[in-house]
Design a protein around this ligand. Structure first.
Ligand SMILES: C[S@@+](CC[C@H](N)C(=O)[O-])C[C@H]1O[C@@H](n2cnc3c(N)ncnc32)[C@H](O)[C@@H]1O
Length: 343
């Protein structure tokens, strides 16, 4: 059976060095051997925990946000929610469990590239591999999608300027970097005292945002992700790229393709260049503005009343308090960025 590494080696033999984005795209999304086709799974037992997978609370806040939007738009039917990069469909399940008023008009579209993850989507929603093409009234929500779209690694040094990383096979048969010409340029780039720097360039993320904005006739595009507000804040670090496997940091991005997640902070400046958002907030502030404190207060009341009984309602209420701590954590999910564009 061919492995992803052997497949990538064959590809490099035939075509020469692959742009890093091509290598990353295959490592994550090869339909049979990619990380998201096999092991890659958000969730408590998976490789990472997203806000959606912390528990039902995030979906409850999102359901309230959608109800307010539905009312503001004049209660349209259908009211389409596109959950972009939906993973196994957990957000759809938790929004439904919250019982929002907009449910009567809701057309929930879970867009997920991986067939393996699509197969886990719940009944009663539309499950698609790509964004729909017809304009929508409603919202496109992308939680931790853009950081996972294949990006380029740009290398700058004082002698040559910008080049981008491509992947070749070295004499020992290992994947190795080679620097190749790039279309990336930024006349405003300021490396300070540094003689070399590494940048993440995310043309796929900016293309995705433009497509999403074009799709929404009336409503919102909501992006939630870890971001680096200033593009070059970490340019002196060895590499701005991170990898994850089994809840732990993985190894270098060229190691063990298909066995680890590859990600980088979303570069907010590039998204703003597509169109300035109406709102940029931390996830903690956004959750508070959308009612998380009331939901937690309710959970505390129920827990105080029912802790002695210890029934399911009591346990759910206690879980809500713990979930809020994780979602608001200023050193974790609470520090994520929420960007909202309005139509
Ligand atoms: C980090 S997971 C986030 C899943 C979910 N949104 C959550 O918050 O738990 C990113 C998901 O986006 C999917 N994905 C990546 N590129 C995509 C694309 N172009 N269109 C749709 N889904 C995509 C991946 O397969 C993966 O399931």
């Amino acid at each position: 059976m061919s492995t992803l590494s052997s497949l990538l080696r064959d590809r490099i033999d035939e075509q020469g060095p692959l742009p890093f984005s091509t290598f990353m795209d295959l490592a994550l999304y090869h339909p049979d051997l990619g990380f998201y086709a096999t092991s890659g799974q958000a969730g408590r037992r998976g490789d990472f925990v997203t806000s959606v997978e912390v528990g039902p609370l995030f979906g409850q806040v999102m359901a309230d946000y959608l109800d307010r939007l539905w009312t503001e738009l004049g209660r349209p039917a259908p009211f389409t929610i596109v959950d972009a990069g939906a993973g196994p469909g957990t957000l759809a399940r938790t929004i439904r469990a919250a019982g929002p008023a907009c449910a009567e008009a809701l057309d929930y579209v879970a867009v997920e590239r991986s067939a393996h993850q699509r197969s886990q989507h719940p009944d009663g929603i539309r499950s698609l591999p790509d964004l729909p093409t017809a304009p929508i009234v409603g919202a496109i929500v992308a939680n931790e999608l853009l950081d996972n779209l294949a990006f380029e690694i740009v290398h700058w040094d004082i002698e040559v300027g910008f080049r981008q990383v491509a992947v070749m096979v070295d004499s020992a048969g290992e994947f190795a970097e080679v620097l190749t010409p790039t279309e990336f340029n930024d006349p405003a780039f300021d490396p300070g005292e540094a003689r070399s720097a590494r940048l993440v360039w995310q043309p796929a993320a900016t293309r995705w945002l433009q497509t999403a904005l074009d799709l929404v006739e009336r409503g919102r595009v909501l992006v939630l992700d870890y971001t680096n507000r200033s593009v070059y804040a970490d340019h002196r670090a060895a590499s701005p790229i991170r990898t994850y496997r089994d809840h732990r940091s993985g190894s270098g991005p060229l190691d063990r393709p298909g066995e680890q997640d590859i990600t980088a902070d979303v570069q907010v400046r590039d998204l703003i260049a597509v169109e300035p958002p109406a709102l940029i907030a931390t996830q903690a502030d956004w959750l508070r503005a959308n009612g998380i404190d009331d939901l937690v207060a309710e959970g505390k009341r129920v827990w105080a009343d029912r802790a002695g009984i210890g029934d399911l309602a009591a346990l759910k209420a206690r879980s809500r308090i713990g979930e809020a701590e994780a979602l608001l954590d200023p050193d974790g999910l609470g520090a994520f960025t929420v960007l909202e564009w309005r139509r």
